[in-house]
Design a protein around this ligand. Structure first.
Ligand SMILES: Nc1ncnc2c1ncn2[C@@H]1O[C@H](COP(=O)(O)OP(=O)(O)O)[C@@H](O)[C@H]1O
Ligand SMILES: [Mg+2]
Length: 253
């Protein structure tokens, strides 16, 4: 069964795209078939996936021009497929609302059947219609979070949104867990926030900590994931471990 997972947090710069790309690459490395969907008009995940095409088809073409979904899917350089995004998604966001096409993405992904084991959706740093589309489509959400003082603000809003969609039977999405990103345990505040997360949301926090690691930041400029760019780096190892933890969570239940 295709497991559709959204990577979301309304805050920018918390490691959503890095998590989406490296999880996609890590899952692909275990021979699982993976599709990465870039729902952020900034298209960072698309760049990091190293697409060869200059102006690829996106969900914009699918929505407005009836392009087939198979014609919007490309190969990444890391063994997973990618449904790219770019600034055209800004118009898609408006289009979905104006034409009342909520859950458009969910319907489209359903047409792919079981072509994939995992579909990972990277989302923009806002709770707009694009993010809602991801929350509708997904059966689980991962929330990357930087352990800083205000980092939990906003996350509660996101959790409430996911819960209210489920309460209204609009989706079966649930929060799979919070992923602590860019962790530097020499930083006392980060350690405090991290410990607090563990005590307050113990069942909702992934054990794997993603360390701050320069290799993860360098990789996108080479059009590959950190996992492939420098497999021996702490960052790569952490994302591979996170993928293992995720697999245990969603496949062995
Ligand atoms: N674990 C990490 N170590 C070092 N740099 C990171 C790490 N995770 C993300 N970054 C860098 O931090 C910035 C923001 O990360 P990104 O994944 O783009 O966040 P978001 O998608 O939430 O905006 C990027 O420049 C990225 O390369
Ligand atoms: Mg991003």
């Amino acid at each position: 069964m295709n497991k559709i997972l959204a990577i979301a947090n309304q805050k920018g710069g918390v490691g959503k795209t890095t998590t989406a790309v490296n999880l996609a690459a890590s899952l692909a490395a275990t021979n699982r078939k993976v599709l990465l969907v870039d729902l952020d008009p900034q298209g960072n995940a698309t760049t990091a996936a190293g697409l060869k095409e200059n102006s690829p088809n996106t969900l914009y073409n699918l929505f407005f021009e009836n392009t087939k979904i198979s014609e919007c899917i490309y190969k990444s350089s890391d063994g997973y497929d990618v449904l790219p995004g770019n600034q055209e998604l800004l118009a898609l966001e408006v289009g979905i609302r104006e034409k009342n096409q909520q859950a458009f993405l969910k319907k489209e992904l359903n047409t792919l059947g079981d072509s994939y084991d995992y579909t990972i959706i990277d989302t923009p740093p806002t709770l707009n219609q694009l993010t809602i589309e991801a929350l509708f489509a997904a059966s689980g959400t991962l929330i990357p979070l930087q352990c800083e003082y205000y980092s939990l603000e906003g996350v509660t809003g996101l959790m409430q949104t996911i819960q209210s969609l489920a309460d209204k039977n609009l989706s079966s999405n649930r929060v799979l867990g919070i992923v602590r990103t860019m962790v530097d345990m020499r930083n006392n505040l980060a350690k405090e926030v991290s410990d607090e997360l563990e005590s307050h949301f113990s069942h909702l926090v992934f054990n794997t900590l993603i360390p701050r690691n320069i290799k993860l930041a360098e990789a996108p400029s080479h059009g590959i994931s950190g996992v492939k760019y420098m497999p021996s780096s702490y960052g790569a190892k952490a994302y591979l471990a996170l993928a293992g933890e995720l697999i245990r969570k969603v496949e062995y239940v």
